[in-house]
Design a protein around this ligand. Structure first.
Ligand code: GN1
Ligand code: MG
Length: 343
């Protein structure tokens, strides 16, 4: 196995002058910050290649996006990747791909929203991100995870886990399985929206949580990061994930579900920020689906966490026995709070 410094030395000449430390709260990749004299200079990531089975699809998409911006919006800040010294996007340690990106100077990210202005800034950044690529031929982009936000597919995975998953955990989750099943109409609504063409395909980020936005020290949004799941998709994914992750101060990790309280001022700020960037692009049919987007994403995340719990945590991993079960319960509580807010 290569050491992290060996990996780094495949990207840059003076790797030994840098410190490498674990960084961030992502569930899928291992992320490290690479600093020199305590100043962060790079982000090094070990890509989860069980989840992203085709790393070249990611690097190809990112370079298409980057070229499009260089040609059409050269002033926009974009997270830039550093090629290896031999000109590759990844350095491999056996099957494990690593990649290096530049740390954007004077930026920081946050793990939960503590001020509606942050929600506004983030929503504006995600809306702007989609709108910057309005003229890009989306057929050039590849699906980095096939059917990633296809709710029918997620439902099918849920049904499969009820047949083949951990019996004890299925028994333990009866009440949550019941709530998921009662809300099956969200899946039916999704099917209808897809079949009647209500949603337009656009360049979609698919992971618009607050920690994927960089802020400057005046708390203005700089840009969005973590572009691995950027591919053609629907606005309900990005707007919905913002409702899911900005409305409550408590995150999906919170185990005291009473703390999951949604805040109307944040709801307004998300809609305002997203609309400033996307108002002209969204159709009237889509504008009628703003609230649906929240139900769609919160429900899908509950479904994914519960499915993973029943499948013995093979996807998200877990730090304690009931981790994914609690995450699912947390999201179900959030769904019910969200409904109260929009009713
Ligand atoms: C995963 O790895 P991370 O934290 O960026 C997941 C998202 C979920 C999120 C829940 C590829 O994102 O879809 O919303 O966890 N990404 C993938 O925290 O599955
Ligand atoms: Mg992500």
């Amino acid at each position: 196995m290569k050491s992290l410094h060996q990996i780094l030395s495949e990207f840059i000449h003076d790797a030994e002058h840098f410190d490498i430390k674990s960084f961030g709260t992502g569930l899928i990749h291992h992320t490290y910050v690479v600093s020199r004299d305590k100043t962060p200079v790079y982000i090094l990531q070990a890509l989860n290649y069980q989840v992203f089975k085709n790393p070249n699809a990611i690097s190809s998409n990112i370079s298409i996006l980057e070229n499009h911006l260089q040609q059409n919006h050269p002033d926009v800040i974009f997270p830039t990747y550093v090629k290896t010294l031999s000109g590759e996007s990844y350095c491999y340690d056996l099957y494990q791909p690593y990649r290096l990106s530049l740390f954007i100077a004077n930026s920081h990210s946050i793990d939960s929203c503590t001020n509606p202005d942050q929600a506004f800034e983030a929503a504006f950044q995600f809306g702007k991100f989609t709108s910057l690529f309005e003229t890009l031929n989306m057929r050039e982009l590849q699906d980095t995870i096939p059917q990633f936000h296809d709710l029918n597919f997620r439902w099918k995975q849920f049904e499969d886990c009820l047949k083949n998953g951990n019996q004890e955990r299925i028994h333990f989750s009866q009440s949550e399985i019941g709530i998921i099943s009662e809300n099956r109409f969200i899946v039916d609504d999704y099917s209808t929206l897809i079949s009647d063409g209500s949603l337009q395909l656009r360049v979609t980020h698919h992971d618009s949580k607050i920690s994927n936005v960089l802020f400057d020290y005046q708390n203005k949004g700089i840009c969005v990061i973590d572009l691995d799941t950027t591919m053609p998709g629907f606005f309900i994914s990005d707007l919905g994930d913002m409702f899911r992750t900005y409305l409550a101060e408590a995150t999906e990790e919170e185990q005291d579900f009473e703390k999951i309280i949604v805040r109307k001022s944040y709801y307004d700020a998300i809609i305002h920020g997203y609309s400033v960037a996307m108002e002209k692009s969204l159709t009237q049919t889509e504008k009628n689906l703003l609230n649906y987007s929240g139900e769609f994403m919160i429900y899908m995340q509950a479904l994914r966490f519960l499915t993973d719990f029943i499948n013995n945590d093979i996807y998200y991993g877990s730090k304690y026995e009931l981790h994914n079960f609690n995450r699912a319960k947390n999201q179900l509580k959030l769904l019910s709070e969200f409904r109260t807010l929009i009713s």
